[in-house]
Design a protein around this ligand. Structure first.
Ligand SMILES: [Zn+2]
Length: 514
């Protein structure tokens, strides 16, 4: 009796092991990491990986050699700006679900322009002013789902120079999000997360980490000596990213990330690439220099993570929130299309057309970069048909040379937008917050009056790097088209948690190591 019992236990153990092996093969579920290092490089085109490949010897080199590298990853929303990329990253949602439709938008119910994270209910910690929070983000993140699954035993931290880039990937239940305050030269947070800054953050700030860059040089540039000028200047220099990396290392250590039973998430967004890129454009030597320095900083970060957690226990995912257009003048110089049209052109065109048709009034409440908000109460007061008013405005906008498309609210509400461009515009439309008219310029044309920008549905803005590396990931080059939205459900599958509520992405099982 006893013998057969023992034997059957031994048998069932064997079976169980065999079953586990089969299940592992069948589902190809990768090993769970102890730490997810979720990295965004702000304004990093996919081709920065290939054009500067020979210069990469550190972090990016490791990612390209050891990682699962997607060569055809893109953004599936419009406009391709920072808040949208950062919210899609770990929610898997499009703006049509996340509600994050811009870096800023005109909030009709508040009668003012708000940012994606501005929150008058909170105050800054570490400096003076109104705080920020994820309260406008309608969906949750991978970190939120991880918290729900593990009952708070997991730690989620977001870090960047920009508030939106720290807050949106980290999510609602994050332990903290930290960003840089240009006035004080300190890392700050808000009362949304805690009553006061953790002591390690206070200690970090106490050492006045930004001051050491006074007078520092890179390429032909010298940083100002006066702190008042130095702090805001750091963002558009490699030193902004160095501050982020130093702060991230401190967070890693102080919060003991990746050392406990449940996985943690450290979400880092390197902002300086974006500030420099806006000034000089993708073809300038400064952008190459920023990319090379990013490679070195990532290497430094990986070493710190390796010391504490062991890289084999870490899942790294690296991407970008958007690319960038060439500087129009540079493009024209090489016989390519491009040019500039100031935003005011469009406001004027709409005001003129509506004044002519319906009488003099203030028709446009707000407009920026081709997003025009009409005064809907005025339209109602005058008993006009909104669809007709929008049509009149749209015709006037289409008459402006180099306008590519105009989408109206009624058209988008009806889902009347096809082809890849229309699909991205629809994905970016959330009726309560979006504009009444969306103006798209022809490829390579910009609203901005100097430097360059991003925001379009075209390849130079939508084609981004996407690399997974580490725990359970099969290295290789993957050429099938994927979306930024695929990151969240893929991480959720690896972490064995629910995908976030608004996720529309697909799991990428080909990268799982059985
Ligand atoms: Zn950005």
């Amino acid at each position: 009796m006893l013998r057969s019992y023992t034997r059957s236990v031994a048998m069932s153990k064997k079976l169980l092991l065999a079953l586990l092996a089969v299940t592992a093969l069948a589902t190809a579920a990768p090993r769970k990491p102890k730490l997810v290092l979720a990295i965004v490089v702000d304004q990093f085109r996919y081709d920065y990986l290939t054009r500067f490949r020979g210069d990469y010897v550190s972090g990016l080199d490791t990612l390209l050699k050891m990682g699962a590298v997607f060569t055809s990853a893109s953004l599936e929303h419009f406009p391709t700006v920072t808040a949208l990329g950062h919210s899609a990253f770990l929610t898997g949602a499009t703006p049509s679900e996340s509600g994050i439709v811009g870096n800023e938008w005109y909030a009709r119910e508040e009668h003012r322009t708000v940012t994606s994270v501005s929150d008058p209910q909170t105050t800054l910690l570490g400096a003076e002013g109104e705080g920020s929070s994820p309260h406008r983000l309608l969906v949750d993140t991978v970190g939120d789902e991880l918290k729900i699954a593990n009952g708070q035993k997991t730690r989620i931290i977001g870090i960047s120079l920009k508030d939106r880039a720290a807050i949106l990937p980290a999510g609602h239940m994050a332990n903290g999000a930290y960003w840089f305050d240009n006035d004080s030269g300190r890392f700050v947070s808000s009362t949304y997360y805690f009553e006061e800054l953790p002591s390690w953050v206070k200690d970090f700030n106490q050492s006045r980490p930004a001051d050491k860059f006074a007078g520092a040089t890179w390429l032909t540039r010298t940083m100002p000596a006066d702190p008042k000028q130095l702090y805001p200047a750091l963002a558009a220099s490699p030193f902004g990213n160095e501050l982020i990396e130093a702060f991230a290392e401190r967070a890693l250590q102080a919060e003991q990330l990746g050392t406990r039973e449940f996985p943690d998430i450290l979400a880092i967004s390197f902002s300086s690439n974006d500030y420099v890129g806006h000034q000089v454009g993708p073809d300038a030597p400064e952008v190459r220099e920023m990319s090379v320095r990013t490679d070195k900083l990532l290497g430094q970060l990986f070493q710190a993570v390796d010391r504490q957690v062991g890289l084999a226990n870490v899942l790294v995912v690296l991407t970008a929130d958007h690319g960038v257009a060439p500087v129009p003048e540079v493009n024209m110089g090489r016989k390519m299309p491009g040019g500039r049209i100031p935003s005011a052109t469009f406001t004027n065109a709409v005001e003129r057309a509506l004044n002519n048709r319906y009488g003099e009034d203030m028709w446009v409440l707000s407009s920026a970069e081709g997003n025009l908000y009409l005064d809907q109460s005025l339209i109602a007061e005058k008993k006009l048909d909104p669809a007709e008013v929008e049509q009149v405005a749209a015709r006037a906008l289409m008459a402006v040379p180099h306008v590519f498309r105009v989408y109206t609210r009624q058209q988008l509400l009806a889902g009347n937008a096809f082809d890849p461009v229309g699909h991205r515009v629809l994905n970016g439309f959330y009726a309560r917050r979006s504009a009444d008219l969306e103006v798209l310029l022809e490829p390579f044309w910009l609203f901005s009056e100097n430097g360059t920008s991003h925001g379009t549905p075209f390849g130079y803005d939508t084609h981004i790097p996407l690399i997974f590396m580490g725990a359970g990931i099969r290295a290789g080059v993957y050429t099938r088209p994927v979306a930024l939205n695929d990151v969240a459900p893929t991480l959720a599958a690896i972490l064995e948690i629910e995908p976030p509520a608004g996720s529309v992405g697909r799991v990428l099982p080909e990268i799982f190591n059985p």
